[in-house]
Structure formats: C-alpha cells, structure tokens
Write a protein that binds this ligand. Sequence first.
Ligand code: CP
Length: 305
Amino acid sequence: RRDLIGIEGLSAAEILGLLDLAEEFVDLNRQIEKKRTTLRGRTQINLFFEASTRTQASFEIAGKRLGADVMNMSVGTSSVKKGETLIDTAMTLNAMHPDILVVRHHASGAVALLARKVDCCVVNAGDGAHEHPTQALLDALTIRRNKGRIQGLTVAICGDVLHSRVARSNMLLLSTLGARVRVVAPSSLLPAGIEQYGVEVHRSMESGLADADIVMMLRLQRERMAGSFIPSVKEYFHYFGLDEAKLHHARPDALVMHPGPMNRGVEIDSAVADGPRSLIREQVEMGVAVRMAVLDALARKLPNA
Ligand code: CP
C-alpha cells in the first residue's frame, strides 16, 4: 500500500505494526538528539486546505526528524485563492517531484481522489467528515500506553459524531482491535446508519459513560452546521458537556481524551480537561511519534528505498 487514506481496510496486524513502530519514536523524541536519516533526500509537502495546529505542526516535525525536506504549502496565499482547483494544485506540486504529500481538505473523499492523480505517496491528514487516520492511531497509542491494551476496553466517543472524522476513524480502529465502542450523542448529531460500525448508540451521558474505561470527547463543529440545527451552547454543555459529575458515571480509573482543538465550557469543562485523568497533552506527544511511524513505513515503499 503506497498511501494512507484511512483506517478502513487496515488489518489489526498493520495497525499494531504502526503502533509498535511509533513506540520507538516516543523514546527517540524524549532524547536530546532526535534525528534519523530515513527520509534524507526526500521531499514532503504539507498541503492543508483547512486550519490545523496539531496535525500540521506534528507532520512537519515528524518529517524533519526523519531527515526530509519539508515544505508547508500556504494555501491561503496560494493560487487556490485565484480559483485553482484541488487537482490542478496537486498536479502542479506533483510536477515538482515530491515524495510524500500530506493533505487535509474539507471535502470527504478529496484526499483519495488526489491520491489517484499524483505519483507520490499521499497521507490523509483529515478529509471532511470521512477519516483522520493518524488521529485514530495516536489515540490508540495513547490508550495502549495508559491501559496496557485496547482489546476488551469500553470506549465512549461522545459529542458531535455526525461531523467527526476523528469519530469515524476511531470507531473503525478500536473495533478492529477488539474494543467495545459506544457513541454518545443527541440524535441530531448522529449520522444515519451509525449501527453499521458495530457500535453501541447512547443518547445520554449517564448510560453511555457507565463503566467506560475511556471517555473520548469530540469538538462541537459549529462551522460545519451552516443551514442546519445548531444547539445552544448552554443546553449542549448541560446535557453532553463532560464535567466531574458526568465523569463519575465512568469507571473510577477512566481516562479522558479529546483530539483538540477543545471548546472549553462547550463539550468539556476545564477542570476535567486539565485534571489528573486527562490524556490530552499526551495525545499531542503521541501525534509526533505516530506520524513519524507512518512516514517511516511509507519511506520503505518509495522508489529506490
Ligand atoms: N486533532 C486535530 O486534528 O487537530 P488540528 O485540527 O489542530 O490539526
């Protein structure tokens, strides 16, 4: 496989292989000298059509730590602003012979479409509400390091599931690795056909969090709700925002995750986000290691590798 477009289609062995490789990079990243030469002489272009802090920064750091020449394409000041299409932009960059394109786009399926057109490896850094595979991998690594396993854990994914590529990639990955996955959301924020993922569906935090090992909160993506129902923030927090009282429904040793960026006081209370059971900062650290693992694995498939 030349690209990483999604968790869909990855086997448990492939996922575990990436997590094991990422463990090596966690250790490397905690050392003073962090550089490897795996991608020396290779060119990586980060092409983000949507805003990002964590994903873009960590892909840049990951590529540089592996020795690649990394170029961050500034879409806001590019010819996209003059009307150039996604494919024309990609083909223009392709003509410069990059080895790896890391792409984020607001349309589901855009990254897979682009991957069919270009000659280099393509990594999906999030496409619409479809997939965010490296987020699910870093979440799995964080869970495994804290709980020692994924199989048999109960993971509650809570909030705006409808608009969340993080939720979709996590449902696929965690189910593949044998976790019991629940989604917890009001009906208006659940996609049609959610049951096809083999997850339990809950419409209250009390039932959804009962005996959960991991509580994974999702950002309320109000920017994707134009023209549709937008819940009142106060009401949403009352019913679905994670605070200490709601966390009490989960197991006493339950841990809290959020992919970021967080809306404090909307889907999560600061006392929980910054509290002793929060893994949110560790998720960011794992993001660099996982992205190094993904780039390292792809490097072995590059021509002349
Ligand atoms: N979790 C995540 O994708 O964050 P960014 O949008 O900041 O990259």
